[in-house]
Ligand binder design. Structure first.
Ligand code: DC
Length: 236
């Protein structure tokens, strides 16, 4: 039986090509992933939206968010669906706007730090992106979820610039409030014990403080095409 198992792993590796984008809040991951979808015709998975949707499920149940087992149970029982237009559904209900609200934003780092919750969601992410070409954005995509990704990108920018972009995106005038919220989530996402935010050793790093989003997308597009050609050449 072990040889059969090995065979199925090899097959799924060749059936899926992943472009992993990791980085902190406001580094431009979502905008760039959206542009890559348009340019490359690949499918997108926003794993931050996944963590947000299950956080909303936990919040609605009113359970203790520190109780990892109860949180994981709720996550396991929740059905999250994504449309390519960005619509997110939780148990059939459109929650696209609600998952971006303050209740979820305040709670999401705590819920996503639970090992039990991450186990369920890592498994789900691998099942969703099990064949085809995907751009997957998050915090641990290149390090944990898809360590064999065809291309790993780590995006960053200084905190003031990230706060400026996020405030503009959310039409918030008080940039200093946005900055302190980002600082809080940066610390929590990068210091948690399970799958903290960090750059994969083989990631291509883009420090985008002084680069436009279009420039970054151009460079990633070129890199992706090169990697795909190398892969196709290697297989042929
Ligand atoms: O990308 P975002 O800001 O919407 O993500 C919300 C939170 O979800 C983020 O603060 C940390 C968590 N997250 C995670 O732990 N792992 C991921 N792969 C994606 C998001």
């Amino acid at each position: 039986m072990p040889s059969l198992l090995r065979c199925s792993v090899t097959m799924s590796e060749t059936l899926v090509s992943v472009l992993a984008i990791d980085g902190p809040v406001g580094a431009g991951k979502s905008t760039i992933a959206g542009q890559l979808v348009d340019r490359l015709g690949i499918t997108r998975l926003d794993t931050g939206a996944l963590y947000r949707a299950v956080t909303l499920a936990v919040f609605r149940e009113g359970v203790d968010p520190a109780d990892a087992e109860i949180c994981a149970k709720i996550v396991q029982q929740s059905q999250v669906e994504f449309d390519q237009d960005g619509t997110v559904r939780l148990n059939g209900e459109d929650v696209t706007r609600e998952i971006r609200g303050a209740d979820v934003t305040c709670l999401v780092s705590q819920i996503s730090a639970h090992r039990e919750v991450r186990q369920v969601l890592v498994h789900l992410q691998r099942r969703i992106a099990s064949s085809g070409e995907w751009v997957v954005e998050g915090r641990d995509i290149g390090t944990v979820v898809f360590p064999d990704a065809l291309l790993k990108v780590y995006l960053t920018a200084d905190i003031a610039e990230r706060a400026r972009r996020r405030a503009e995106q959310d039409s918030v005038t008080e940039q200093s409030l946005v900055e302190s919220e980002i600082r809080r989530r940066d610390i929590s996402d990068s210091t948690r014990i399970v799958s903290p935010l960090r750059q994969a050793e083989d990631a291509v790093v883009f420090e985008s403080t002084f680069l436009s989003i279009d420039e970054v997308t151009d460079r990633i597009t070129r890199l992706w095409k090169e990697r795909c050609e190398q892969k196709d050449g290697g297989e042929g």
